[in-house]
Design a protein around this ligand. Sequence first.
Ligand code: ACM
Length: 525
Amino acid sequence: MIKKSILLFVAVICMAACQTKKEEINFPKTDLASAPLIPKPIKTIPTGSAFGLDIGTAIYTSTTSPEFEKVGQFLSESIKSKTGLDIAVNTSSEDKLERLIYINQSDSVDLESPEAYQLYIKKDSILLNAKTATGAFRGVQTLRQLIPEKSNDTLADRPIWVIPSGKIIDAPKYGYRSSMLDVARHFFTVDEVKKYIDALAYYKFNTLHLHLSDDQGWRIEIKSWPKLTEVGGASEVGGGQGGFYTQEEYKDLVAYAAERHITIVPEIDMPGHTNSASLSYPFLHYAGAETPRVRTDMKVGYSSFDAKKDTVYSFLDDVIGEIASITPGPYFHIGGDESHVTKKNDYILFVEKVGKLVQKHNKRMIGWDEIAQADIDPNSVVQLWNSAENALKAAENGSKIIISPAKKAYLDMKYDSISEYGLNWAGYIPVDVGYQWNPETYVDGLPKENILGIEAPLWSETISNSTELEYLAFPRLIGYAELGWSPSEHLDWDDYKNRLAAQVPNLESMQINYYPTKLVDWKKE
Ligand code: ACM
């Protein structure tokens, strides 16, 4: 099959090269190595010439997998929205065809990771090799970043978008590169979440963690327990109307993310952070917790589920079961943070029992770092946000760790004292501080084999729409994309800040608001 697709590639190249009368375009000298790619690829070898993306270009993909064709379609749509060019996928008429982008499923041994790709950019062809459609999709993001905003209209009788030639060999450092969106403190609509997913995809993230429940609101329909959304979904921080996703809307989000090779990780935070659930169904309430009422404030640590009641676990069996059944990804996040009113024995009992429920529904448990205090299955994943000690304990248990320390990776921390939105309980995180740390060495003594990846969480106490969300997320999110993907020895703030400055046209075309920190010399038109 692979051989057949290479033959097709050669045949089409030949068609392009042999059948059309070619004009020689004299491209200005290019330097692929100085393209402002983020995340920075492992290896870039420039060859000084260029591929001219124009109306004579066609996309072909391996016929070995329909997923590759979808990646080709995604590239075609991206080119259309950036340049206006209509580039056909696998259907070009021969006489028009002059240049080719070929997305090839390759079994090359050099493509070790499923997200690895190789990009060979020549004058008449671009070859994108990947073992999986996910790898091809990541490579397409690199290609998107290489297409200039503006065409060159003087090289020929038509506009040409000049893509520097050369070779890129690339693969991610971590297999888990995530951001979290707190849709519980403030509700964000399906379209707002989709816009965030688009930005994540562009910077090669592969996971979106949705924080679907908290004291102030419950955001996902559970058919067997309808009051969760009827009662628990009708509030948010500051007194707004809240909201929730129907299961159909959640499935739509999951599918939208999957088309961008992004996995959704749903979180139901428990046993603490459960006021909205206990308000909906009072039997869930733990005697040591504050009496449930509509909460629109920003306090934490006062609510809890009752860890000793069987009915609580039958309720959770239903909740986890319904969400697991519409979540194709491997993970279910149980929260587990800041259960300050839950007695330690009850907390441990709860985490261990819920861990079994998650397993029963064929998901792998993730929890905030406190869950490491319980006897959890080594297959469970522990998310470091606060306690290095918990992360080390998890590693001793054989668990993998997601690195998302509040002091370095929380997108809701203010940039500085004049930031418009955000909190500062973990300190300020200016754009350079958010970039200049190493997830691999952040916890002293944590074996690097135990690190699953990194996440940049965005809590939403102070933000309630896309503009505010983006103010906190951008540009810092872009730096976390690079920390999760690129080898740490390649990372250098002075080099990065120039590449970051060059993201402005993309941010503007995606209509993404960003905090224009003075640390970066933004390249505005
Ligand atoms: C957390 O920030 N409470 C996980």
